[in-house]
Design a protein around this ligand. Structure first.
Ligand code: G4P
Length: 529
């Protein structure tokens, strides 16, 4: 297969949802179609994300929360599909945001009864900002839920999307009869016992034939006809280009648990979802079809093997072919590095690969030289954009609880921050370290990992900070900036990259500071240039 064909057949995407909407279940059913797993339940039972790849974290298992973001790949109808799984728990939202920098499209799962939930809103907003193509899957149609039209309205309003239904439910909950596949013009009938099987819908080009009444009953047939008429009237027709540009979002209905409507989703997905897209670097736009390798680290997973201090850096290939044992430039370190055992991911396994193509994710074993956002090239100096840090929500001083182990503590903190577990700020005034996180849970994760992986102990002390604001001075030499630094001295810190950060204690303070020092800009994201 040629290089261009390899690119054209790849689909790299993420599934996002509010916890419990059915992301894991849907992932599992998709894998089932790819023959990547043999039985339903395999994913859930070992919770893939919690299987071989993330055993290291007892804490994760205890809490039943997927901390890890794993990669699941499979082949379906000759397409190479890479699913980048994202943790649903809000405390790990930042991990999900970073993963979204490595996907070419997303599927959003929504629970038919609960509708649009908070976590979905946040994640979709990030996708919309980046114009990522989005497909919506409304799940759990076997349960009583909201009216389909009301839900479509809700998706439009709460998520700011412009939707077009690609399938439409016939009844719901107890009365759920199936779906009409608008995209494939098929009727797919639901029977409660097809849980594990893959059903083929029957061609049904014309819903106006009396045959429909015979199959689903007169009332249901009439309702479906009326509803479809409304669909055609109210919603825009599917337009591939608009979808690719993030301006139109196709919606599918189904039940992941019952493996219903999933095949329709997957079949449409491989047709319409984009293959690996060009990516912006600070220097230029890099096209996936360029022959020279470029890629960036979007995730670091620590201690895959608890016996060795081993980390796996997940690299998304943006362009070119990644080859085993070939030297590449680690741009930040300005060093050539080669990898003797790069991992590719297949279903829930990882294996050594010789070659990977744009859209693929390779896992590189690393002992600490990578951090999130690092770029690999064949020599060109490139920095891929778009992996910013967001202002944390929680802030605590971190103290060393075992003075004999301070070296271990700092090394541990350093590495955990490189992995993106949390953010570390060093106060200008006294050099004290402050850890900022998205969720309170990370403090326990850090404490646990410092102890188990680095032999260091830490304690925390509360610190009242509302937001971390990255500071941009119009002119660092002007009097206003100097005055700002003098007045706010106690609240200034440096992030790990050495960027100046203002730790503001309230929204009011931010507002006051902005009006008092108009030439000093405050940003809630580390990447603002
Ligand atoms: P998540 O990854 O988004 O957090 O959700 P997950 O797939 O774990 O699904 C959450 C719950 O919703 C699970 O039930 C799952 O079985 C159920 N579910 C998923 N899809 C459907 C569906 O189409 N119909 C119905 N009725 N339920 C669905 P659970 O009781 O929490 O877990 P389990 O005991 O089934 O494993």
């Amino acid at each position: 297969m040629s290089f261009l064909e390899e690119i054209a057949r790849r689909r790299t995407f993420g599934i996002i949802s509010h916890p419990d909407a059915g992301k894991t279940t849907l992932t599992e059913k998709l894998l089932l179609f790819g023959g990547a797993i043999q039985e339903a339940g395999a994913v859930k039972n070992n919770k893939i994300k919690k299987g071989a790849t993330s055993d290291f974290m007892e804490i994760e298992r205890q809490r039943g929360i997927s901390v890890a973001t794993s990669v699941l790949a499979f082949i379906y109808k000759d397409k190479k599909i890479n699913i980048l799984d994202t943790p649903g728990h809000k405390d790990f939202a930042e991990d999900t945001f970073r993963t979204l920098t490595a996907v070419d499209s997303v599927i959003v799962v929504i629970d038919v009864a609960k509708g649009v939930e908070t976590q979905t809103e946040k994640l979709v907003e990030v996708c919309r900002m980046r114009n990522i193509p989005i497909i919506v899957f409304i799940n759990k149609l076997d349960r009583e839920g909201k009216d389909a039209f009301d839900l479509l309205d809700e998706v439009e309003q709460k998520l700011g999307l412009r939707v077009t239904p690609m399938s439409f439910p016939i009844g719901m909950g107890y009365d759920f009869k199936g779906i009409y596949d608008i995209w494939g013009k098929k009727l797919n009938l639901f029977s409660g016992d097809n849980k594990q099987t893959i059903s083929e819908g029957v061609e049904f080009n014309d819903v106006n034939t009396p045959e429909l009444d015979e199959i689903i009953g007169e009332t249901a047939a009439e309702t479906l006809r009326e509803e479809l008429e409304l669909v055609y009237e109210v919603y825009p027709k599917f337009d591939h280009q608009e979808y690719l540009e993030g301006k139109l979002q196709p919606v599918f209905f189904g039940s992941a648990l019952n493996n219903f409507g999933v095949k329709e989703l997957l079949d449409a997905f491989i047709e319409i979802a984009p293959h690996p897209q060009p990516k912006k670097a600070e220097e230029r736009l890099v096209d996936s079809k360029e022959e020279k390798l470029t890629g960036f680290v979007f995730k670091i997973h620590a201690n895959m093997d608890p016996k060795h201090r081993d980390r796996l850096a997940f690299v998304k290939i943006v362009s070119g072919t990644f080859k085993r044992n070939t030297p590449y430039l680690h741009v930040r370190n300005n060093k050539k590095v080669k990898f003797s055992s790069p991992n590719a991911f297949f279903a829930e396994k990882k294996e050594i690969v010789e070659e990977s193509f744009p859209g693929d994710i390779v896992g590189l074993h690393d002992t600490g030289s990578f951090k999130i956002g690092d770029t690999l090239t064949e020599g060109e100096i490139l920095h891929f954009k778009g992996i910013p840090s967001f202002s944390p929500e929680h802030f605590r001083y971190v103290n060393n609880a075992d003075p004999m182990k301070s070296k271990q503590l700092y090394k541990g903190l350093d590495q955990l921050m490189d992995e993106g577990v949390a953010q570390l700020f060093t106060l200008d005034m006294n050099g004290r370290k402050v850890i900022g996180t998205v969720g309170a849970l990370q403090y326990e994760v850090i404490q646990y990992r410092l102890e188990h992986e680095y032999g260091a102990k830490c304690t925390y002390e509360n610190l009242h900070v509302h937001k971390a604001c990255w500071v941009e001075a119009e002119d660092e030499k002007n009097e206003e900036f100097k005055e700002f630094k003098r007045v706010k001295q106690r609240y200034l810190a440096k992030d790990k990259q050495g960027q100046l950060v203002f730790l503001a204690d309230s929204a009011f303070t931010i507002q006051m500071t902005q009006s008092k020092f108009p030439t000093v800009k405050l940003h809630f994201v580390s990447e603002f240039k």
